[in-house]
Write a protein that binds this ligand. Structure first.
Ligand SMILES: Cc1ncc(COP(=O)(O)O)c(C=O)c1O
Length: 287
């Protein structure tokens, strides 16, 4: 939308824990010291819910004159939980954050929020006027703060959800779904033929399934287990019990376990674990 162009985007390497490497950031910033730069950090990546080390990385970016943006589509909500908010330590020094309501807050699909520390920069980048419109200087006009002129009252759904849940309700929603994700990953991962690839620290983790005929843990083909993992995912989907998607993590296929629905219950977790168990047993019996 901004038209920055793909060639102006530099993807930086991450550690095995999914966090941006400090040395890689320093090196990238030193390469073009005079260019305007936006450093995009992550709060809750989509595979493992990784959080960059904001306290370390933001001061480095600032020292090099960069604007720091935090993609907190999921992870910014962790600030609502006393148990999890340490993951965001230092993120308050960023220039901007984004997060989604349509994920963890469970409000309609197009609810998203941008927070910009410098209101003048925010307004100047999005506001434009036309002679046929009316503008009141003293009123806060939505047209000055977002890319759309015409839009539904998305703020209403967000406001209603926050009022209904309250501070404790939001914290409970976040912590409860994290607990369900943790139970799903560890319990599915302990089934015969399954493996925990990433134990969730928030509401996302990864598991992988080993082809009973070609068990990669015994030295045979990892590619077979990649294909088997996708097959198990497809079978779970066709069972109708749960919805999971696959992903590639460090070159290997895995099943993403991500829980954000307010209705998910411990009974749902039991049902899903039983469903995966049934699918794995049936495959072993067929061999
Ligand atoms: C980490 C992260 N960033 C950004 C997005 C995209 O967000 P949006 O739905 O607001 O376009 C997603 C959606 O899955 C996400 O997980």
């Amino acid at each position: 939308m901004l038209g920055l162009g793909e060639k102006h985007i530099t993807a930086l390497p991450i550690n095995t824990d999914g966090r941006l490497r400090e040395d890689a950031l320093v090196e990238a910033l030193q390469k073009s010291p005079s260019q305007p730069t936006i450093v995009i950090l992550q709060a809750g990546d989509l595979n493992i819910g990784a959080f960059d080390d904001f306290a370390k990385l933001i001061p480095i970016a600032k020292k090099h004159g960069a604007w720091v943006h935090v993609d907190g589509a999921f992870g910014l909500w962790c600030a609502a939980s006393p148990r999890l908010r340490h993951l965001l330590t230092g993120a308050d020094a960023a220039d901007s954050w984004t997060t989604d309501g349509h994920k963890w807050l469970n409000v309609p699909y197009d609810c998203g929020y941008a927070f910009v520390a410098d209101p003048e920069a925010h307004r100047a980048s999005l506001s434009h006027h036309a002679s046929y419109l009316t503008h009141a200087k003293e009123a806060r006009d939505q047209m000055d703060w977002n890319p759309e002129w015409s839009r539904r009252g998305r703020g209403f759904a967000t406001y209603a959800a926050l009022r209904q849940l309250g501070r404790l309700g939001v914290a409970d929603l976040i912590e409860r779904t994290c607990d369900h994700a943790h139970a799903l990953v560890t319990r599915i991962g302990s089934l015969e033929g399954a493996e925990v690839v990433w134990e969730p620290q928030i509401n996302q983790g990864l598991v992988r399934f080993h082809d009973p005929g070609q068990d990669s843990r015994q030295g045979s083909s990892a590619a077979d287990s990649d294909a088997f993992t996708d097959r198990v995912i497809a079978e779970i989907l066709s069972s109708g019990e749960a919805f999971f998607t696959g992903t590639t993590w460090h070159g290997r296929r895995a099943m993403r376990v991500s829980v954000c629905n307010w209705q998910t219950s411990p009974q749902d977790v039991d049902r899903v674990v039983a469903c995966v168990d049934r699918i794995l047993r049936a495959t072993r019996e067929k061999k």
